[in-house]
Design a protein around this ligand. Sequence first.
Ligand SMILES: CC(C)(COP(=O)(O)OP(=O)(O)OC[C@H]1O[C@@H](n2cnc3c(N)ncnc32)[C@H](O)[C@@H]1OP(=O)(O)O)[C@@H](O)C(=O)NCCC(=O)NCCS
Length: 178
Amino acid sequence: MDITVHRTGSNEAIINLFTRTFADSEGEAEGQVIGGLVHDLLTTTAEEDIYCVTATEDGEVVGCIIFTRLTLTDGPVAFLMAPVAVLTGCQGKGTGQMLIKSGLEKLKEHGVELVFTYGDPDFYGKTGFRPVSEDVVRAPLKLTYPEGWLGQSLAGTGIRPVAGRSYCVEAFNKAVYW
Ligand SMILES: CC(C)(COP(=O)(O)OP(=O)(O)OC[C@H]1O[C@@H](n2cnc3c(N)ncnc32)[C@H](O)[C@@H]1OP(=O)(O)O)[C@@H](O)C(=O)NCCC(=O)NCCS
């Protein structure tokens, strides 16, 4: 399996992967919503604000994870990790966690200090994410499930309280995703 980090461009294979995988797990409508989100992330985000990590097997994209900048007022350099998908028939073999780890290594090399995500604490806890109180770092939009706001420090310093707001990239700036 090949793991590759990209920073630019729209990619039909990636959009299709997310649309198919979320349609399988959450239903057709959610597949369309997440496919649309990924299209917007890939086509409207500035190159310096995105990392996209893919897993490819025999020329087919079987997994992908996207990281986009989370701007913290008066805080260190931070990125948001979402969404992630592994093709339904390829799940449960460690690909999801490999994508997360590869992405975190790349971000660390590039001087990123904090990474946040919004999701299942059990799954993301396996790769170092821990619950973050919004008293410590505020999510960019109002959260439906505040217990799903997770983060980790890549600098080994822990997450110190950050005053002020956080800002996601434009593609994520919709209440439906939060
Ligand atoms: C979530 C997802 C990316 C995981 O990919 P994967 O390659 O199957 O994951 P891995 O094989 O690396 O890890 C599997 C482990 O995570 C757990 N896991 C997988 N999906 C999980 C989920 N949705 N919730 C909680 N735990 C989950 C498995 O139980 C397994 O645990 P174990 O190692 O203790 O047995 C994949 O299942 C997927 O694409 N799901 C549909 C889309 C989705 O829900 N994405 C996440 C939200 S953005």
